[in-house]
Design a binder for this molecule. Sequence first.
Ligand code: PEP
Ligand code: MN
Length: 347
Amino acid sequence: MLIVMKADASQDDIKRVLEVIEHLGFKPHSLPGENRTAIGITGNNGAVDPTHFENLSGVAEAIRVTKPYKLISKDLRPEKSIVKVGNSTVGGNELAVIAGPCAIENAEQVFSVAQAVSESGAKFFRGGAFKPRTSPYAFQGMGEDGLKILAEVREQFGLNIVTEAMDNYGIDLVEKYGDCIQIGARNMQNFSLLKYVGQTRKPILLKRGLSATLDEFLLAAEYIMAEGNYDVILCERGIRTFADHARNTLDLSIVPAVQRISHLPIIVDPSHGTGRNFMVNPMARAGVAVGADGLIIEVHSKPEEALCDGAQALTPKQYLELFEQVKAIHEVISTEKMTLDNSISFS
Ligand code: PEP
Ligand code: MN
């Protein structure tokens, strides 16, 4: 059930609807929008009787939701969500570029990359302190010491920190040191982790699982939002296919597919999406052209010495070139946006 409030509904009207939902034993999710507030209801097993709401002051409509998702949906919030991350945003007019090494290896490495990221004008820095590695013998990340280095990067460069957590312990730490908690592809369907992270009030970067369908991806975001954390950013990072010329197949068609259904911002990761240095720039350009809200890019000052994902890392110089190119494409997209959104024709 979705309660759509009238444009002129008062705060008291909204409060009353929330009380009625709670009184029925369900959980209300109020999402104020540009023109009206909509309130989603979760926690109900069967259909909710709309007559509980239809005659309340300020209520425009009580709509039954027949789709598997409620809170991620444009039915709840027709306009795009802008997610605040630290002192910046993802999903607004500006292209959000998150760049940095795959893993935090040491302070020197991190600071040299942070210098380039800051120079480019990007607002976000990435780097893993907890690394999900295929082999238990591969470098697993620096843990809390790595997060401390990231906190210094924020201090020194004013960059907002995006970093992965793999368990509840990591989430508590990233909440303390970082600005955005990344849930990696391998954990996209770790439902207890999604519920836990949904209870934090930090924005979440949710990466698409290696073989997740659109519905599975959106329902993973729904898990987080159902706990009351509405600040979710989706990320396409490539899926497993038969193709073996790249590490993964970057599925850019998921961007418009998500945007048709959901108000959540979506960014593209051409680094993990291709796994190969020479493919990162062209696929980053394509990601921006397809309408993504941002990019996440791996950068290393000496890719050949990287402890993790060196084959896909860009050098700072390559990264700066990429940044200029995607910025130019984004400007064109923004100018053409009205035409593109209407998806009709170019005269
Ligand atoms: C990463 O961003 O470093 C990472 C491990 O990504 P993914 O979960 O997409 O593999
Ligand atoms: Mn990586």
